[in-house]
Design a binder for this molecule. Structure first.
Ligand code: C5P
Length: 307
């Protein structure tokens, strides 16, 4: 049996470059893991593949990405063992924070260890991208550039360490629906190079560079869920008023995050959101090393040479 952490991500910026031949969208994004986490318990035995979760909106069967991860890995490894997966949910569901994809990556890493498969990054990546476009990123974590469908992942030299406040408007948004809405949008989008500028130059200036980043999915998300517009404006207003160096929708929404250089300001922003009855989280970004360290500890790999 293994007990594993499964961290959330935010998108520090997200550019949609166009539609691809495979129907997916060509993206440029900066992924960033944060210390908001689900807990995953994996037990191997019997013949059945089961997923249970303490959150009622999380599906139990093959629609659950964690179920699909176990299924794919079983096939790949030509195993017939059953797997029991239990998820304790803290990451908002369908909130743009990658919870389902992160759970799937946790199952891949956990079963690789439980079954002593010794799969390398290439095999794990190949399996991960079949499950979902965000799953490969969660095999890596930290501050990383995402290209292609988001499944080409390049860890960045500079890892961003900053305080984060996430607000969850409690409204699930379908990623597929938001992308489809973007395609129907009448507003032409201009491709920009903000993300590359951010990485190559502006990153040196710490917090000052964040405001150039934007999320191209925000307009489409608000068209898909017009009832959210007021709340998004309200939440962003609170984050900015309390001193966020950037405030943005994460992924396809509906969660918003604020970045804070100063922990006191982050604390005040969190308190202000909670005072309004909003569900909010306050924490920090997790660097590549911190993410890897958390994994190695829970997989019992500490002290061994990294593969
Ligand atoms: O890969 P995943 O199943 O997480 O993606 C969910 C949906 O989001 C896809 O079915 C697709 O409609 C949309 N998507 C996209 N372009 C991407 C990633 C996701 O159009 N790069």
């Amino acid at each position: 049996m293994l007990r594993l952490p499964s961290f959330a991500k935010i998108n520090l910026g997200l550019e949609v470059l166009g539609v691809r031949q495979d129907g997916y969208h060509e993206l440029r994004t900066i992924f960033q893991t944060i210390d908001l986490r689900d807990d995953i318990l994996i037990r191997s035995g019997g013949r059945d593949l089961t997923v249970s979760c303490d959150h009622p909106a999380v599906p139990a069967g093959r629609q659950n990405l964690a179920w699909r991860a176990a299924d794919e890995l079983r096939r790949f490894a030509k195993r017939t063992d059953g797997v029991e997966i239990r998820i304790t949910k803290r990451i908002p569901v369908a909130g743009g924070l990658g919870g389902g994809s992160s759970n799937a990556a946790a199952v891949l890493l956990g079963l690789d260890r439980l079954w002593r498969l010794g799969l390398g990054p290439e095999d794990l990546h190949r399996i991960a991208r079949r499950i979902g476009a965000d799953v490969p990123y969660f095999l890596v974590g930290g501050t990383a550039l995402g290209l292609g469908r988001g499944d080409e992942v390049y860890p960045l030299w500079r890892q961003i360490r900053i305080h984060v406040v996430v607000a969850d408007p409690g409204r699930a948004l379908s990623t597929a629906a938001v992308f489809a809405r973007l395609d129907r949008s009448l507003t032409p989008r201009e491709n920009s190079n903000k993300i590359f500028r951010f990485i190559s130059r502006d990153l040196e200036g710490k917090g000052t560079a964040f405001p150039i980043l934007a999320n191209d999915l925000e307009e489409a998300a608000l068209e898909e869920a017009p009832d959210l517009a007021g709340q998004v404006r309200h939440i962003r207003g609170i984050l900015v008023r309390e001193g966020a160096v950037a405030a943005s929708l994460s992924g396809s929404g509906s969660s918003l995050f604020g970045l804070f250089d100063d922990p006191q300001r982050a604390r005040r922003a969190h308190a202000a959101l909670a005072a309004e009855g909003l569900s909010a989280f306050r924490g920090r970004t997790l660097s590549l090393d911190q993410y890897r360290g958390a994994w190695r500890r829970s997989l019992g790999l500490e002290g061994r040479r990294p593969r």
